[in-house]
Design a protein around this ligand. Structure first.
Ligand SMILES: [Zn+2]
Length: 406
């Protein structure tokens, strides 16, 4: 890390205004925890974020933002104006969770731990953005850059980053954002500078079907699908750049005594490197064709053979932000200055979209610790010391990037 980044961060941390901001984060920690609980208990499955978005808009109203609104895609955006004519920095956390409507979202508290689906990914991030705004207001901090605060939709799974796509490709700020920070998951020791690319497919295997006893001997699309999945399981992929695949969700068939006429599976393919992802995708298509050919040769196609229908249900670009760029150096310096030991990693987050457009973008943590994200046992620890130190490190990052006007 260069002296320049460390000096910038040190100057911010030594300022009276920053100390006031830090003190505010500490004083208001209980309120921040309460915000986490309130927001966690409002369901927000991807594509059904409206209720949580409306609640967030209300909560954000007293926080010194202008142009606070819900955009055409459902993102909550609000501007914290800088001194004028500066660049625009966007800081975001995502509204949606992977949990379907009807999931019990009641937060269970044990000591300093909070247990609930979505509590860490990324509800804590949403609350931290509000905490930062209150700290900035309390310290009367004016930044050189304008800061766009964004609680966005569609980060998870089939949301396919729709909130970010809208913000960067169609929204009113689309050509203005010069750096992007997403606050996602608690861990401060990891800074994501790489965007893992993914391609997701739903493959439906169709065939004429028939009575399981009477029509025995005709092709069965389930066998072709099972063979395709088994073939996928044997594909070799590199450890570095990390490249992965999964057969994840499946269904089909109508009755125990019928050869199915339609079965389907959803597949997730990922890589840190675009060329590896393309290679895996080609292999994936080929193994499906091979499995179908084997089934059509193994049994009768007198009423028709097995055919497939492949629908792309997700496409996230694999790109990365150069670790020598200003944004990354400042984030590393600010987080390290708060006693963390940040390492760089690649992950799939909202930062993928700006990265794909060549805009410097990173993911940082929301502070504290947590685990079991995407499971019903998801938890975070809101123990004040680590939590406040983490939030303060994040705020220092934002201010180092946005610049304080003195
Ligand atoms: Zn997340």
């Amino acid at each position: 890390m260069t002296d320049h980044a460390e000096t910038t961060v040190r100057r911010i941390m030594d300022s009276a205004a920053f100390r006031t901001a830090h003190a505010t984060l500490a004083q208001e920690h209980d309120r921040t925890v309460q915000d986490i609980v309130t927001l966690t208990q409002i369901a927000a499955p991807s594509f059904q974020e409206e209720t949580r978005a409306a609640a967030y808009l209300e909560m954000a109203k007293t926080h010194g933002l202008t142009d606070l609104e819900i955009d055409a895609e459902g993102n909550v955006t609000g501007m914290r104006r800088g001194i004028g004519n500066g660049p625009l920095i966007c800081v975001a956390a995502h509204l949606d969770t992977v949990f379907p409507a009807g999931t019990d979202l009641t937060v269970r508290r044990e000591g300093t731990k909070l247990f609930a689906p979505g509590v860490g990914d990324d509800t804590r991030g949403l609350a931290v953005l509000l905490a930062w705004l209150r700290a900035l207001d309390a310290a009367a901090i004016r930044t050189r850059a304008d800061i766009l605060f964004c609680a966005d939709v569609g980060e998870e799974g089939q949301g396919d980053l729709r909130g970010m796509r809208h913000l960067f490709q169609h929204g009113r700020y689309k050509d203005r954002i010069s750096a992007f920070i997403t606050v996602d998951s608690p861990d401060m020791d990891r800074i994501a500078t790489g965007g893992v690319g993914s391609k997701r497919y739903r493959v439906t295997f169709n065939a004429p079907g028939g009575h399981s006893y009477g029509a025995f001997g005709v092709v069965n699309p389930m066998y072709a699908m099972a063979d395709a999945i088994a073939r996928l399981s044997r594909v070799t992929v590199p450890m570095r750049p990390k490249t992965t695949f999964s057969a994840s969700v499946t269904g089909g068939g109508t009755s125990i005594n019928a050869i199915p006429n339609s079965v389907w599976t959803e597949f997730d393919l990922r890589s840190e490197a675009p060329e590896e992802l393309d290679r895996l995708e080609q292999e994936f298509f080929a193994l499906i064709d091979a499995a179908v050919a084997v089934e059509n040769a193994a049994r009768s196609t007198r009423n028709g053979g097995v055919t497939t229908e492949t629908v792309k249900i997700g496409d996230r670009p694999a790109r990365h932000t150069d670790e020598s760029c200003e944004l990354v150096r400042l984030a590393h310096a600010a987080i390290a200055a708060h006693g963390f030991t940040p390492v760089f990693e690649a992950s799939s987050t909202d930062a993928n979209i700006p990265m794909s457009l060549g805009i410097p973008a990173i993911k940082i943590g929301s502070g504290g610790t947590g685990g079991r994200a995407h499971s019903l046992e998801e938890w975070i620890d809101v123990e004040p010391e680590v939590s406040i130190r983490g939030m303060t490190a994040g705020l220092a990052t934002l201010l180092a990037v946005a610049g304080i006007s003195e």
